[in-house]
Structures are given as C-alpha cells and as structure tokens.
Design a protein around this ligand. Structure first.
Ligand code: NAI
Length: 258
C-alpha cells in the first residue's frame, strides 16, 4: 500500500481519484481550500504563498517525511489572474515543494491535471511570464488580457504553461535523475462542478462542444479519468515521463489533425 497526496480532493477529478486509490487500499492525504469535504485533511489555498507553504508543512507532518506519489488536481476556470495562480503557480509549488518527500518514497511518481485546453489559443505573454516563474508579471499580463477582452485565453494559457513546465522539468536531475516520472493529463470535458454551470446553459454548452469536440463517448465522468492518473502514478509506470496525455474522446486529434 502506498501513500498519495491529492490536491483538489474535495471535488470532481481529485475526489474520484482519491476514492479510487482508497478503494485499492492506499492511503490518501487529501488537500483542498477547506477541510469541509470528507477525505480532505489539509486546508491550503494554493493561490497564495501562505497556502503553498502550509501544504508543504502539513504534508510533511501527515506523511511522516515521505510520499510515494503526488497528484495535483486543484484548479479553476475563471477569467481572472487567480486561474494562473492556482493552475500554474499552485501546481508548480505542489510538485516542487513535495518533491523532497517523493525522493524519500518508494517508486515515487507525480502527475498534474492540465487540459485539452493546453492546445487552445493562449496568450504568449502570460505563458512566458509563468514559465519564467514571475508571478507578479504573470498577473500583470493576465490583467492586460482581461482589459483587452481576452480573459477567455487565461485558462488555456495556464494549462499550456503547466504542460510545458512538466515537459521541461520531468527530464531534469531532480525528477528523471531521481527516478521520478512526472506527467500531465489533458482531459476533454468532464462532468464535474467546474463544468456543471457551463453545460446547463445552452449557448455556453454549444461553445464548449465546439471548442472540445468529443466523438468518442462524449463527456467523461471523473471516474473515467481517475484510472489514467492512478496508472501514471503507480509503480507500473517506469518509462512514461514529461508527457501530456490527452484523455479527451478525440478532441485533440480533431483540433490538431496534423
Ligand atoms: P472541481 O471544481 O470539481 O474541483 C477542483 C477542486 O480544486 C475543488 O475542490 C476546488 O476547491 C479546488 N481548488 C480550486 N482552487 C483552489 C485553491 N486556490 N486552493 C486549493 N484548492 C483549490 O473541478 P474538476 O473538474 O474536478 O477539475 C480538476 C482539474 O481538472 C482542474 O485542474 C481542471 O482545470 C482540470 N480539468 C477539468 C476539466 C473538466 O471538464 N471538468 C477538463 C480538463 C481539465
């Protein structure tokens, strides 16, 4: 039995992933904004430095200094700079700050939930500032996208940036060199509280379906996404690293046929 830390464990994909791991007999330390939900032990707002530090400190305490896997699911899809703070800087902080605990684990693995939106149009200024690790400049660039009426680019920008961070980080001595696979997944539209409101409104639903066409099996349930995350972070995954694996019913193949 292994010890996993899952962020965003209160809802949607994170909740389903934690449930699957627990059903397999593993220990899951859940993290989310609050500890109101069952299965969440650590309250940490990943949009803030204080929350990121809290996550690292509490994880070390709960896990006894070692973790076998980290799965970063926490995220949001708002047209605000917070989308970058959580989806990019919060995810990077989760992975970087828990890496020392992974280094002490057995068959350590890490995965982060990006999105098929990583291949949607993005704002290069936002992506570049994020990858440069400059959170203040990222917020400024995000605000100017919003001011131009292009706030819709921020979610895709956050996911493009985290997927690129994974790709370049996975092959460094700290990760590949330490025997730790690090991957991202790119779900299409998944039926969770994040998408509930969008899909309830016919016009928004049509926009979602155009942006994320899913010819294979349509929308996914979070339980259908969890197994990819649990496999990527299992000891069976010895050689998949640095990848963005789409689990999107064919959306990425349709959007980028060549
Ligand atoms: P959800 O809204 O059901 O769950 C997200 C969880 O992240 C929530 O429990 C929320 O409290 C937590 N979270 C948000 N901001 C946080 C913060 N500042 N600090 C700590 N925790 C925070 O959404 P869902 O759909 O399960 O999303 C999980 C991940 O999957 C996200 O990264 C999302 O971008 C990604 N995703 C979702 C898709 C979908 O169609 N639902 C498609 C592709 C990717």
């Amino acid at each position: 039995s292994r010890t996993y830390l899952v962020t965003g464990a209160a809802s949607g994909i994170g909740e389903a992933t934690a449930a699957r791991l627990r059903a397999e007999g593993h220990t899951v330390i859940g993290a989310d904004r609050t500890i109101e939900a069952a299965g969440v032990a650590i309250a940490a707002d990943l949009a803030t430095e204080q929350g990121r530090a809290e996550l690292a400190a509490r994880a070390r305490e709960f896990a006894g200094g070692r973790l076998d896997a980290v799965i970063a699911c926490a995220g949001l899809a708002h047209f605000t700079p917070d989308t970058l703070k959580v989806n990019y800087f919060g995810a990077v902080a989760t992975l970087e700050r828990l890496r020392p605990l992974l280094a002490a684990g057995t068959d350590p693995r890490a995965a982060v939930v990006a999105s098929v939106a990583a291949v949607h149009p993005s704002d290069p200024a936002v992506v570049d500032a994020a990858l440069a690790g400059d959170e203040a400049a990222t917020t400024t660039a995000a605000q100017s996208a919003i001011d131009r009426g292009e706030g819709y680019l921020l979610y895709g920008s956050s996911k493009a940036a985290i997927a690129r961070w994974v790709r370049r980080t996975a092959v460094t001595p700290d990760w590949a060199g330490a025997g730790i696979p690090l991957n991202a997944i790119g779900p299409g539209t998944v039926l969770t509280p994040m998408t509930e409101g969008m899909l309830a409104d016919p016009a928004t639903r049509q926009a979602v379906d155009t942006a994320v066409p899913m010819p294979l099996h349509g929308y996914a349930r979070p339980e259908q996404v969890a197994p990819l995350l649990t496999w990527l972070t299992s000891p069976e995954n010895t050689h998949v690293t640095g990848q963005l694996l789409f689990i999107d019913g064919g959306a990425e193949a349709l959007l980028r046929p060549t």
